[in-house]
Design a protein around this ligand. Structure first.
Ligand code: MG
Length: 229
């Protein structure tokens, strides 16, 4: 018999689980572009909030004059170089949790709720960040920046994977928790619950404008019934 979970909760990382994680992530992207292509780029003036890492890299390179085909050709190697670099430079992030994160993840896990990631971070960057924050073991699986073209596509991959493993059924409640309008959009596209937290850069008013199902000042206020019902 397959063990199914009571609910699935998908989490964004930046601004949702951890914040103020330092410049290391951005620096890894800049470093990787330089290393692979020789181009000098910057993430300055790019609204990286809620974006997928490969899209950020594409804009950085475009602004430095790279053609679309050059960007596409170099991307796989840039992804690997950025992930490698981040492994080395990622600092300890135990004190960078958003409010209430660790107790909430603990509570959800004890309640037999499956936790997954839906993040624009590249795979090994996302896992490393959670590892350094001491949160990795709460998450069984995830969908990451290089796996789809949009955040909605990532959420779809995560839901499919949970179903394919028999962890959830068609009737299992699924929520997506995030701090950006892009997270709300991704939830809506997949017909799952959008839970917004105002712990990132987006203001409460901007989040409200996208009409999430639930809007919380921070994760200390998340109740089990919000994700189980
Ligand atoms: Mg975020």
């Amino acid at each position: 018999m397959l063990l199914t979970y009571r609910a699935l909760v998908l989490f964004d990382i930046d601004g949702t689980l951890v914040r103020r994680a330092g410049p290391h992530h951005r620096e890894a992207l800049v470093h990787a572009v330089r290393r692979v292509t020789g181009l000098e780029t910057t993430t300055d003036d790019i609204p990286v909030h809620g974006m997928l890492d490969p899209d950020i890299v594409a804009i950085m390179m475009h602004r430095a004059g790279a053609s679309r085909s050059r960007i596409g050709d170099a991307m796989p190697e840039i992804v690997r170089a950025a992930e490698r670099h981040y492994q080395r430079v990622c600092p300890a992030l135990h004190d960078k949790h958003c409010p209430g994160v660790a107790p909430l993840l603990e509570r959800l896990t004890r309640r037999n709720i499956l936790l997954g990631l839906v993040t624009g971070n590249l795979t090994r960057i996302g896992w490393r960040k959670l590892e350094r924050a001491g949160l990795r073991d709460y998450f069984r699986f995830g969908a990451f920046g290089e796996m789809a073209k949009t955040r909605a596509g990532l959420a779809k991959i995560a839901i499919r994977e949970a179903r394919a493993h028999g962890w959830i059924t068609r009737g299992t409640p699924v929520s997506l928790v995030g701090d950006a309008p892009a997270d709300i959009l991704a939830a809506r596209r997949n017909h799952i619950r959008a839970i917004s937290v105002a712990t990132g850069l987006t203001t409460t008013d901007e989040l409200l404008a996208e009409r999430p199902d639930i809007l919380l000042p921070d994760l200390r206020l998340l109740r089990l019934k919000m994700v189980e019902g």
